[in-house]
Design a binder for this molecule. Structure first.
Ligand code: SAM
Ligand code: SF4
Length: 323
């Protein structure tokens, strides 16, 4: 599918739940967010139907996210069904990794291609602080399990917040040198709880210059399929380092994605208020052609770029949109 700005849209991120077992400080308030009722959330078979229609319309890559996708019951079955759709060439997952150690093998066997694991700090006490409850050892067991079963490349999502973990940038770079792990430094975005603390964001240029002052970085080919990250190899290293600059410099010109929220809305852009209901038509019996037309409408509505700097604030939090 091609949008108005000649971008090829072939990637769908599906939030399969708005629930989460953690409460990351920049993502959610301590009390969590108001959850949708079970009725409002897409059923697994509805997700598969929409993915099939999307695949027929030109989507070839799907990422499951949330909330925390691994808290959704029967998600291994969902992965198996999505992976069996002939149009879907890559099926990936973004997770906090807490429940991954027991699920990595079944997910791999069900057809999951690879995994991104969110880990903002390498220190146990800081991990507990930022997630308000998580145990970093569980995440490491998940990372080891993902590597062991070959859910590769294993990427680690690291949101850098000034005064919290900006002193760990070189520790993460060392990790990318020593292990086959792909670190992606992400700028904090003014979404969810972070909307109030956006001055804490650290521009990726600053992170990059700190890393490259110690570890020479070699650019990796700029694959559009790699999404918004600009990637580098550390000379002699086993992994890589990527930078996602949502705030300081737009990657919108190469955006290739649509989002489907857990409650069945198609979102043309992460940071823009347009969204189109697809669950209603699905539940009232719309045909595949009618559903495909809704995907096409969402693509046509994609704005040229997001609206982060305009002062407009996204009312949904990341766990509801599927970050
Ligand atoms: N629960 C899963 C996880 O944490 O990986 C998947 C959903 S989470 C919303 C997806 C990603 O969004 C995580 O890597 C998280 O760090 C990131 N995220 C959440 N709020 C953010 C914000 N305000 N700015 C930048 N990234 C954010
Ligand atoms: Fe949950 Fe992911 Fe948000 Fe953390 S970032 S609270 S793990 S949805």
């Amino acid at each position: 599918m091609e949008d108005t700005f000649r971008r090829q849209i072939n990637y769908l991120r599906i939030a399969i739940t708005d629930r989460c077992n953690l409460r990351c400080r920049y993502c959610m308030p301590a009390t969590g967010v108001t959850l949708k009722s079970h009725q409002e959330i897409l059923r697994l078979e509805e997700i598969v139907t929409l993915a099939r229609v999307a695949g027929d319309a030109g989507i070839s890559r799907i990422r499951l996210t949330g909330g925390e996708p691994l808290v959704r019951k029967n998600m291994v079955t969902l992965v198996r069904e999505l992976a069996s759709l002939s149009a879907i060439k890559e099926l990936s997952l973004t997770t906090n990794g807490i429940f991954l150690s027991g699920l990595a093998r079944p997910l791999k066997d069900a057809g999951l291609s690879r995994v991104n694991i969110s880990l903002d700090t390498l220190r146990k006490d800081r991990y507990r602080y930022i997630t308000r409850r998580g145990n970093i050892n569980s995440v490491w067991q998940g990372i080891r399990a993902a590597l062991a079963v070959g859910l590769a490349p294993v990427k680690l999502n690291v949101v850098i917040t000034r005064g919290f973990n900006d002193d760990e940038v070189l520790d993460f770079a060392r990790l990318a040198r020593e292990e086959p792990l792909h670190i992606r430094f992400i700028e904090l975005m003014p979404i969810g709880a972070a909307a109030a603390t956006v001055t804490d964001y650290v521009a990726v240029e600053e992170i990059k210059s700190r890393v490259s002052s110690v570890y020479p970085l070699e650019p990796l080919p700029d694959l559009v399929t790699n999404g918004p990250a600009v990637n580098f190899k550390i000379a002699g290293g086993r992994g890589s380092i990527g930078f996602i600059s949502a705030m300081s410099s737009h990657f919108c010109h190469r955006c290739n994605r649509l989002r489907l929220t857990a409650d069945g809305k198609l979102r043309p852009c992460l940071y823009w208020d347009g969204e189109i209901d697809i669950k209603g038509p699905l539940r009232s019996g719309a045909s595949s052609a009618e559903l495909a037309a809704i995907f096409a409408r969402a693509v046509a509505l994609k704005p040229a770029e997001h609206h982060m700097e305009t002062g407009w604030r996204q009312p949904r939090v990341m766990s509801q949109i599927g970050g």
